[in-house]
Each structure stands twice: as structure tokens, then as C-alpha cells.
Design a protein. Structure first.
Ligand code: PDD
Length: 281
């Protein structure tokens, strides 16, 4: 496959980055993941605007304008044959000569890396055949700016690994007794036909898929409120969904080994999954 690195499209096996890169030494960088369906970048504008916000949050000057980013993304998709892809983009504060905490002075150019890998179809494509997944809850031990899509993902990695080790697909993170989000997803809770999801804040990543779900609920007059969700509400939910760009909306059928609803993907999820896929394709 081909990747984009610092101005050039090259074979992935040829890509080289300095060990002095601040992404490597300090996790001093940000990333984005844009899904590609049928060769078309999905909601790229929104992802690129979030990329710019993340760069702003780290005070890294954006090396490209949004139209330039868009063209680079399209070119990478073309070079990787289109289809269903996950387009990964990362920008770090670059590779100065010396390891030192403050921003490098004189300034060095940021490192820009983009790749495209294939994604597996999400259960939304065949809702009747979907089995649903298990989740566990864990303390949210992350920093106070989870709205920035930083590559500093150690707490997310450890949480996800703990979930996998327990046979679960996701860890739902809890801060001060409240649900924030999953290790790599946003969380939705359905009770008595009403959908709830934690409000936008610096405690969560404002997912592009999350925004789309809110938009689709609005359009189809499905009741959704952005509200705080207590950990205890999880066990008592009729349905729980998690969302992300690469997995669409996935039903969670158990939390901490306790059955959610009837322990199978719920009816609201099935009908919403169809609407979601109709919209997307
Ligand atoms: N993760 N919350 C976190 C912590 C995430 O890492 C992600 C996405 C989301 C969902 O955001 P979106 O709908 O914009 O994908 C929420 C990406 C896919 C990843 O890290 O691979």
C-alpha cells in the first residue's frame, strides 16, 4: 500500500521517521481517522475541521489548508484502490536535534503521515444477523482535554486491552460516577424509547459519528437528549450503543457481565442501523 509522508506518496515499506520525532518521544501530536465507503471519504469536512481544532489545541500550525488536506486524502484513497478504507492521518510537532520538553526553537516542520487500511463491515450492514458485544466499565484516568484527538492514547490502550482480556469489545469509561465515552467510541443509552448520550465537553471526543446520530435522530424525530448518564443507569438500560467512524453503531448486550435488555441487539438499534446505512451509502 501507499502512504503519504511529509509531502510525498511512497510505498508503506519505504516510510522512515526519525527517532527524534516528538510524536515518538513525547506523544506530541494529533490524529484523525476518516472512513471511506465505496471509495468516497465520509464526512471528510467534519473530520478535517476537527483535525484543525486538535492542531490548535496543541499550538501546532497546520501544515496544509482544508482544501489541500482534502486533495491529499482523495489522492491517497485513489492510490489505495478505493473501496472500504480507514484513512489515518497524524501530525506531530516534528523532529528537532535534541530532546527537550518545550516546543523546539527554532521551529521545525511538523511530521505529516497518512495511510489507508481496509476496514471490516460493521454489524449495521446486516442488523438481523448481528449478535452484539460485551463491554466492561473502568475508571476514566485520562487527562482533562479528551476533546483533542491526541496520539497520547496509553489510558485508552490499557482500557481496551483490559476489555479484550475479559472477553469484551469495549471499555466504557466512568469519571465521577458518570459515563464519559468508550476507549475508542462514544456511548448511547436507550431507556423507555429515549436515547441519551453524554453532552459535548472536554471530557469526551466529540465523535463525528456521534454528531451524525444526533442529526439523524433530529431528522427522523427520534427522541435524543444530550445528558449526563450515571454508571448505574447502564445496568438498567434497554439498549446501549457505541459509535465510531470505523465501526458505525455497534450494539452492546452486556456490561460487566450483566445482561442489557434481552441480551440481544435491540429493536431501536436495528431500525436505526438501517437508517444509518441508508444515509451513509
Ligand atoms: N476513535 N471517542 C474516542 C476516545 C475515540 O478514539 C473515537 C474514535 C471516538 C469516535 O469518534 P468518531 O465517531 O469521530 O470516529 C470517540 C478512532 C476511530 C480511533 O482512535 O481509531
Amino acid at each position: 500500500s501507499e502512504v503519504f509522508l511529509n509531502g510525498s506518496f511512497i510505498e508503506a515499506s519505504q516510510a522512515r521517521i526519525s527517532p527524534m520525532d516528538r510524536g515518538f518521544l513525547f506523544a506530541d501530536g494529533i490524529y484523525e481517522v476518516i472512513p471511506v465507503f465505496n471509495g468516497v471519504l465520509f464526512r471528510a469536512e467534519q473530520h478535517l475541521r476537527r483535525l484543525e481544532r486538535s492542531l490548535d489545541g496543541l499550538q501546532i500550525p497546520s501544515p496544509h489548508s482544508v482544501p489541500e488536506w482534502m486533495e491529499l486524502c482523495r489522492e491517497l484513497v485513489r492510490r489505495n484502490g478505493g473501496g472500504e478504507l480507514s484513512l489515518y492521518m497524524q501530525v506531530t510537532r516534528g523532529a528537532p536535534d535534541k530532546r527537550d520538553h518545550p516546543f523546539p526553537y527554532p521551529v521545525v516542520p511538523p511530521t505529516v503521515f497518512m495511510s489507508a487500511t481496509s476496514i471490516t463491515r460493521s454489524p449495521t450492514h446486516d442488523p438481523d444477523a448481528a449478535l452484539g458485544f460485551a463491554a466492561i466499565t473502568l475508571d476514566d484516568i485520562r487527562w482533562g482535554r479528551c476533546d483533542i484527538k491526541s496520539v497520547s492514547l496509553l489510558p485508552n490502550v490499557l482500557a481496551k486491552q483490559q476489555a479484550y482480556a475479559m472477553g469484551a469489545a469495549e471499555a466504557i469509561l466512568i469519571r465521577d460516577g458518570l459515563v464519559t465515552e468508550g476507549a475508542s467510541t462514544n456511548v448511547f443509552l436507550i431507556k423507555d424509547g429515549r436515547i441519551g448520550t453524554p453532552p459535548r465537553s472536554t471530557r469526551i471526543l466529540n465523535g463525528i459519528t456521534r454528531e451524525l446520530i444526533i442529526e439523524l435522530c433530529d431528522r427522523h424525530r427520534i427522541a435524543l437528549v444530550e445528558r449526563e448518564i450515571a454508571k448505574a443507569e447502564l445496568y438498567d438500560a434497554d439498549e446501549i450503543w457505541i459509535s465510531s467512524s470505523t465501526k458505525d453503531i455497534t450494539p452492546i448486550v452486556s456490561v460487566d457481565t450483566r445482561k442489557i435488555g434481552h441480551g440481544v441487539p435491540g429493536e431501536l438499534w436495528k431500525s436505526f442501523a438501517r437508517r444509518f446505512v441508508d444515509y451513509k451509502l
